[in-house]
Design a protein around this ligand. Structure first.
Ligand code: UDP
Ligand code: MN
Length: 366
């Protein structure tokens, strides 16, 4: 009797293991171009104000047909998308079991992004390539380091790109007057500034979509590598731009406001942002970083990268390296429950954004 129960238990356990392994590999398989193309065509019927979404963008008239150098004053755009198709999960057995079910979202976002932008940029006659920089290691997401890695690849392999769009995958321009053309004023152009970005509206917000000349990105040594998890890398980047005396411009004459200028495909219910803070992360990442950047990035590009997604879109599989003695918060598992205390900070070194509305509200309440 006992042997039979044991055998039954063993059979159930093996079945469960097999099932989980199958689900895990099926959903977290490497993005194949065919799966993306399929998803692209099935997602071509969006209906965002101001833009016709009906075509999937890969047909005739797509931006890939624009002869390079002929339009946009001879400038070429490289779109760099920091990306990880699975959200961050702490490495536990439970998360290993549930992870496969959460990993499809970003892939869907990407599958929408590519055809949509192809059409959008074709309409603006902007020649471009897309580089999706996919983080493949088990560390926390690092948006800025992925952008650095993307830039290094572009500089080497696509040098005709003289300006970049640092672009969130889940933010689609919905107003056709948002121009992706070379920033005529020379300095960076923030396409999703406060007032237009659907979610963030503090005065010095610089995230979402930023156009910047490749030479300027290099001039400021790219972005900090210290920000693992969500936030602050764009606030730090703003300080680099200010200190280099570059003037940031914003789109002009856009009256569609916060709700209709972009489409933010981000659902916090399905994919929570990684707000964790551990070790001395809070103390260090609120400071201007004068040490790390493009020149100090440590990463490995997979041997089969770049993988082609479309004629002018590629995935770079990137494994970031973390120096645990410098940024232990790249992995919060096993971290002490209490964070290290905050040390005093010189006023000029503080990069934390200010939220004037909140302050005012607080004062009123007092
Ligand atoms: N991202 C990703 N996978 C993740 C987390 C972030 O691909 O697990 C990329 C994606 O391009 C996304 C961007 O980083 O649009 C910014 O992250 P998120 O949308 O979570 O932050 P938000 O700025 O909307 O709060
Ligand atoms: Mn988002």
């Amino acid at each position: 009797m006992r042997t039979r129960t044991a055998a039954l238990l063993l059979a159930v356990l093996s079945f469960w293991l097999l099932l989980v392994t199958f689900i895990h590999f099926y959903f977290s398989r490497e993005m194949s171009s065919s799966s993306l193309r399929q998803a692209s065509s099935s997602n071509s019927g969006d209906n965002t104000p101001g833009v016709d979404y009906s075509g999937n963008g890969y047909g005739s008239g797509g931006a890939r047909e624009i002869t390079q150098g002929a339009k946009n004053g001879g400038h070429k755009l490289c779109i760099i998308i920091p990306f990880r198709y699975c959200p961050y999960f702490p490495p536990t057995l439970f998360s290993l079991l549930i992870k496969p079910f959460f990993c499809r979202d970003r892939e869907d976002e990407l599958a929408r992004f590519l055809p949509y932008m192809d059409k959008f940029l074709a309409d603006q006659r902007v020649p471009y390539s897309v580089y999706v920089v996919n983080q493949t290691d088990a560390l926390r997401f690092n948006r800025a380091s992925l952008i650095n890695a993307g830039f290094l690849h572009v500089r080497e392999n696509d040098p005709s790109c003289d300006y970049l769009a640092l672009h969130d995958v889940d933010l689609l321009p919905a107003n056709r007057n948002l121009s992706y053309s070379f920033p005529a004023q020379g300095g960076p152009r923030h396409l999703s500034p406060p007032g237009l970005h659907p979610k963030y509206d503090y005065p010095n917000f610089l995230g979402g979509i930023l156009l910047i000349q490749a030479a300027h990105f290099e001039l400021v040594d790219g972005m900090t590598n210290n920000c693992w998890g969500w936030g602050l890398e764009d606030d730090e980047f703003l300080r680099r731009i200010w200190e280099a005396n570059l003037t940031i411009s914003r789109p002009e004459g856009i009256s569609s406001g916060k709700d209709d200028t972009f489409r933010h495909l981000h659902s916090p219910k399905v994919r929570q942002r990684d707000y964790q803070m551990c070790y001395n992360q809070r103390d260090l990442t609120r400071r201007r970083d004068r040490v790390t950047g493009l020149s100090t990035l440590k990463h490995r590009l997979s041997l089969d990268s770049p993988k082609r997604l479309a004629e002018n879109a590629f995935v770079l599989d990137v494994e970031l390296e973390c120096d645990l003695s410098k940024t232990p918060w790249c992995d919060c598992s096993g971290a002490p429950a209490t964070e290290a205390p905050l040390r005093p900070i010189e006023p000029g070194e503080n990069i934390m954004p200010r939220f004037p509305n909140r302050k005012r509200r607080k004062k009123k309440q007092q």
